[in-house]
Design a protein around this ligand. Structure first.
Ligand SMILES: Cc1ncc(C[n+]2csc(CCOP(=O)(O)OP(=O)(O)O)c2C)c(N)n1
Length: 335
């Protein structure tokens, strides 16, 4: 993982589906994630993109950075539009008006669009069981409109609408736990991803495309502009987030939890928060409070992963093999 020369030419599609020359900020984590996600899926996809940074920096009329079919939709309805596209494809195939083949329908939206304003549409699409992948690019605030807080902004962070001062420590509320909310929808696949771990990211995207039914991917997208972090530290910050337990890398595959990176002892929080200007105002006791909660949350996750391992052991004892994780064979066209 330390050696990027190893992974790029050998293990990833050399073709680019997201071209250079877009207008993202220097050090933007979202663009790295998008590039890796598209390489993992390939050409056979239709992408529905909510309003937000990713749409704005990639499509200034009449130019576009996307080399795949791409639809820009409103801030709030990417999940609803993607579910409509999926239903339309299914119907056209059934009527014989489209040849049967695997097409991945994917929605991409920021954390404001996902956790706040598009939340109802997302919940509905997941509950209805559409065969689609929803990706949240979480840069932890409404960034393109000027760094306003979202419900995914972490506790204590400075944004323009959660300014620290004499009476405030910045963001007052704890980050909404979207992956767990999606797991509670009992959908086939939920995972957290980071472009700082490209192998892990690509594997999870492929798994999300492969499973039958809805999949939800939550990507941590480091944002130097909003986080007030050095642009050259984006990849390292993603790793520090995972190693400190702030953004645990895990997956829930048909209800079974696996932690993909458990460093044992979590890295001190100040390693991660210390290089971000948005946390500069926090006092040592604030860091202590955050660290305690981060550790408690990580422990909860470990408990779920242990429970899965116990169930697997029981299944192995009973049947000689672990419970199979269902994989779709012929995607939509089977129905
Ligand atoms: C209904 C509606 N409200 C507000 C806006 C203005 N607006 C466009 S993008 C955006 C913020 C997007 O934030 P997020 O989803 O987190 O994506 P980011 O820009 O951070 O990538 C806002 C408030 C809008 N386009 N539509």
């Amino acid at each position: 993982m330390e050696n990027f020369n190893v992974f790029v030419p050998r293990l990833l599609d050399a073709r680019e589906y997201f071209s250079a020359g877009h207008r993202a900020c220097q050090g933007c984590g979202e663009t790295v994630a998008i590039r890796q996600i598209l390489k993992a899926v390939g050409r056979n996809m239709i992408l529905v993109n909510a309003t937000g940074c990713s749409e704005i920096f990639s499509s200034p009329f009449p130019q576009t950075a996307w080399h795949i079919p791409w639809i820009h939709v409103a801030f709030e309805n990417s999940a609803a539009v993607a579910s409509g596209v999926e239903a339309a494809l299914k119907t056209l195939e059934r009527k014989g008006r489209l040849p049967k083949r695997e097409i991945c329908v994917m929605a991409i939206a920021g954390d404001g669009a996902t956790a706040d304003i598009g939340f109802q549409a997302l919940s509905g699409a997941m509950e209805r069981g559409h065969n689609m992948v929803y990706v949240c690019l979480d840069n932890e605030a409404y960034m393109n409109t000027g760094i306003q807080r979202s419900s995914s902004t972490p506790f204590g962070a400075m944004t323009t609408t959660s300014p620290p001062g004499r009476l405030s420590k910045g963001q007052k509320t704890w980050k909404k736990n979207l992956p767990e909310i999606m797991a509670a929808h009992d959908i086939p696949y939920v995972a957290t991803l980071s472009p700082s771990y490209p192998f892990d990211l690509v594997r999870k995207v492929k798994r999300a495309v492969e499973v039958e039914g809805p999949a939800y991917l939550h990507v941590l997208a480091v944002c130097p502009t909003g986080w007030r972090s050095p642009t050259a530290e984006t990849i390292r910050l993603g790793r520090l987030a995972a190693e400190s337990g702030v953004f645990p890398l895990y997956e829930v595959d048909h209800g079974r939890y696996t932690i993909n990176l458990d460093p044992g002892e979590l890295r001190p929080l100040k390693d991660y928060l210390g290089i971000q200007g948005r946390f500069r105002h926090l006092k040592p006791e604030d860091l202590e409070y955050i660290e305690e909660r981060v550790q408690a949350n990580f422990e909860k996750l470990r408990g779920k992963a242990r429970m899965t391992a116990r169930e697997d052991r029981k299944d192995r004892k009973k049947t000689g093999r672990p419970r199979p994780r269902q994989v779709k064979k012929a995607a939509r066209s089977k129905k």
